[in-house]
Design a protein. Structure first.
Length: 133
């Protein structure tokens, strides 16, 4: 059986995210916030937001390193910093874009932003460091 290579975590499908763009060094996801994405306060759970940002940057690194290389020698997040700027609530649509800032032989740096659509308001921003073993 000849299957497409899996370029991203199946967790993104579980969350209900849709891949919007996959270009070298930049990956964009979209998601409509569901009630089950929320914390008891009715806004997107911080862990869900961190996952979306992390995956977007990790995918952007994969887009530069290539699937064949990444599947044999995966990059691993060693540092992440997420700033939660504004709330996102069920029914709102978010776009999460990750980009690579610098890709070296042993380390990669990237950042991601989550923006509410259609107004483009910044909801969260993350900075990530990956090691390449």
């Amino acid at each position: 059986m000849n299957e497409e290579p899996l370029l991203y975590s199946t967790l993104m499908e579980t969350l209900g995210a849709e891949l919007v763009e996959w270009t070298p060094g930049r990956v964009r996801w979209a998601i409509t916030v569901a009630p089950w994405h929320s914390n008891p306060g009715g806004v997107v759970h911080g862990g869900v937001m961190a996952t979306l940002l992390d995956e977007a940057v990790a995918n952007a690194v994969t887009s530069l390193r290539g699937y064949d290389v990444t599947s044999v020698d995966p990059h691993l997040v060693v540092d992440m910093n997420v700033s939660f700027i504004a709330a996102a609530r069920p029914g709102e649509r978010l776009e999460v874009e990750g980009q690579v800032l610098q890709l070296g032989r042993q380390v990669a740096f990237g950042e991601a932003e989550a923006r509410r659509q259609p107004d483009g308001a910044l909801v969260a921003k993350g900075r990530f460091t990956f090691i390449i073993p």
